[in-house]
Structures are given as C-alpha cells and as structure tokens.
Design a protein around this ligand. Sequence first.
Ligand code: FAD
Length: 386
Amino acid sequence: MYFELTEEQRMYQEAVRDFCDRELAPYATQVDQTGEMRWEAIRKMPQLGLTGLQVSEDYGGAGLDSISAAIAIEEVGRACGSTGLSLAAHNGLCCFPINRWGTTDQKQKYLPRLTSGEVLGALALTEPNAGSDLVGGVRTSAVKEGDSWIIDGHKAWITNPKYAPVIITLTRTDKNAGAKGFCMLLVEPQYEGVTVHHPEKKMGLKASPTQQITYDNVRVPIIEGTLGEEGKGFHQTMETLDGGRISIGALSVGLAQAAFEAAMKYAAEREAFGGKITQFQAIQWMIADAALEIEAARLMVYRAAWLKDQGKNFTKEAAMAKLMASEVAEKVSFNAIQIHGSYGYSQEFPVERIYRDQRLMTIGEGTSQIQRLVIARRVLQEYGLG
Ligand SMILES: Cc1cc2nc3c(=O)[nH]c(=O)nc-3n(C[C@H](O)[C@H](O)[C@H](O)COP(=O)(O)OP(=O)(O)OC[C@H]3O[C@@H](n4cnc5c(N)ncnc54)[C@H](O)[C@@H]3O)c2cc1C
C-alpha cells in the first residue's frame, strides 16, 4: 500500500509545527519546572482547531479527519509533553464522547465552551482500586431519585479536572448487570458534593494536572446529565479508548521524535577520540534504530487513524499502534540520554524531561500488558481460535 499525506494534511502539519515551535517548545522546560501550562498558548489553539480537533464546526471545532488529529497531537507532544497529554485527554476523552453521543442540547451546552481554548475537559474512569479492570473494580455508583441521578464514589488519576467545565464520569448503575450496568454522566465540578483534590506529584508531565475526585451524594439531572444510553457506559468507554489509543500513540511518536532530534543535534556537536561522536558506529546504530522505529510507529498510528475514518473496526490496530509507539518512545528517549552521556542526566538538556514525560505512555489508557491482551484476543479470533 502506497502512503502519503494529502496536501491538506501536510499543510496542516506545517502550520501546527510552526505554532508549536513558537508557542510551546521554547517554554517546555519552564512548564515542567513550574507545573503550570502556558495558557497564553492554549488560548490561541482554536485558530488551528487544536482544542476541538474532531468536533464538528457547528460547535467551534475543526471537524478534522483522524490522521490530521494524530498529526496535531504528535506535533504538540514533540514540543511539550504536559500540554500534549492534557490536549489528548481533552480531545479524545471528553470532546469525543460528547460529540459522539451527546444530545443536541448537551452539545450546545458543552462543546462551544470546550473548544474555546479557555478550558480543558476530563473523563473519569479510573478509581483507586480500578484501572485495567473497570468492570470488576468500579465502585462509583449512580442511583435514580426522582428526576436525578445520585452519585457516590471516588475517581483517581484523572487528567484535567482542575480546568474542566464538565467531567464525564463512568458510574455503575446496576451492580448485577456486569458490563451492561454502567452509565456515563456529565458532572459539572461546581455541583454540590463534588470535590476535586490537589494534583498528584508526578515523575513527569508535571503541568498536566492529574487529580482525584470525590462524589458525595452528587445530584445530576437525568435528562440533561445522561450521556448516551443507560447501560451502555462500558461499551462507550471501550469505543472512546480505541480512539484515545491512537492519540496516545501519536503523542508517544511526538515525544520520541523530540528525543531523537535532540540526540542528533548533540551528537553532531560532541567530540571524543579526536572527532564527532557521530563517527562511531555504536552511535550511528542508535540513530538508525530510532529513525526506523519512529517511522514504523508513526505509520501504525496513521493506519489505525485511517481505518477509523473508513468506518472499519480499528480496535486491534489502535492497540498495536499505542503499544508500539509507547515502547518506541521509551527506547528512543533512553538512548537519547545515552548519546548525551552525563549531560543527558542533567536538567540542562531536554532529553531528561522527555524521558520522564514519555514514561506514562505505556501505562495510561491501558497498560502495555492490556494492549497485548486486546491484540491477542483479536488475533486468536481472526484465526478462529478464540
Ligand atoms: C498521568 C496519568 C494520567 C491519567 N489520566 C487518566 C484520565 O484522564 N482518566 C482516567 O480514567 N484514568 C487516567 N489515568 C489512569 C490510567 O489509565 C490507569 O492508571 C491505567 O489504566 C492502569 O490502571 P492501574 O493504575 O489501576 O493499574 P492496574 O490495573 O492495577 O495494573 C497494575 C499492573 O497489573 C497489570 N495487569 C492488570 N491486569 C492485567 C491483566 N489482565 N493481564 C496482565 N497484566 C495485568 C498492569 O498491566 C500493570 O502492570 C491516568 C494515569 C496517569 C498516571
């Protein structure tokens, strides 16, 4: 299969890269050190559709195809990991479900604000005792009382709640119905009983807020607050994560690309044994492997995105792309530090930050072990063995 970006996709890539080189990359160290995102840049993002990548234009989005959306997340990730993760979660985990399953009223209420560049949205699935195993572990419950849901529970490790006008919350509405007993609810942080806790102190992605949320007798109106069909919450979660994995794959490619470029720049300047270190075959092999693996990961991300746009099933391909890209980011940024020697271990050079930032990619939106599980199940089915 011959593959090339379309003229439109290429031009969009150039425009986003130019924006990120000006507005994000020069501030990435500062953002990491202060733990605060650069809102001055985020407010300008709607001009390029970055805060509503696949939201329809009627609601202030860019209505882009999935390859362009992946390109955008890759470029933001190449410039700043924290901004990349928050933007990926905003687009893939919050805007997507509202755009996909929201009623016209819900879309009108939330999407124009979400795409405005003034806020970032959130999706709360994970709990202190439920990550990979949501069906077995989710305890956050919603029960009907009159015309409202009453939510009680606790979510953990949630990206963006501090900035979110709405937190989509996965709740268990029927504890005897297994995967069919879930519902996605639209919870506004100012509702009585919602507490958004302080951001966690993390290894990397320090400016992307990761927070716990407590729900204490929170009342959500049934008609306005139910996203999609009752009982379909788990199914919606799986569909959302399929798309989210393309996004985390793209973010991983962006982080790997940034580490690769920094390593090449350093290698071209550093001298040892009477010449540039680029003369050593050991360094050249690391450069060759990085170039090869980044390209392979990027193509896998594009393929999963292309399948999504064709309306074909892309669960296996999204899991493969996320798994491959996140493991490539780990290896490339590890070797980028190696190429820098001691300087790679210093905060003076960006590879130290990139290495910390990329570490999340094999964990968030399904660990590498879970991706392998998803892939194995699909492959066994394809061979009539599962
Ligand atoms: C920075 C950050 C941002 C995040 N953002 C969000 C967000 O916005 N929204 C949200 O809902 N969540 C978010 N998360 C949570 C994240 O998605 C979960 O942490 C992740 O899915 C793993 O869940 P867990 O931590 O409970 O690990 P566990 O499920 O407890 O897994 C622990 C270990 O056991 C392994 N394991 C578990 N089950 C199996 C199995 N069946 N087979 C083999 N191995 C297995 C795992 O791979 C892992 O190695 C975020 C997390 C972080 C760190």
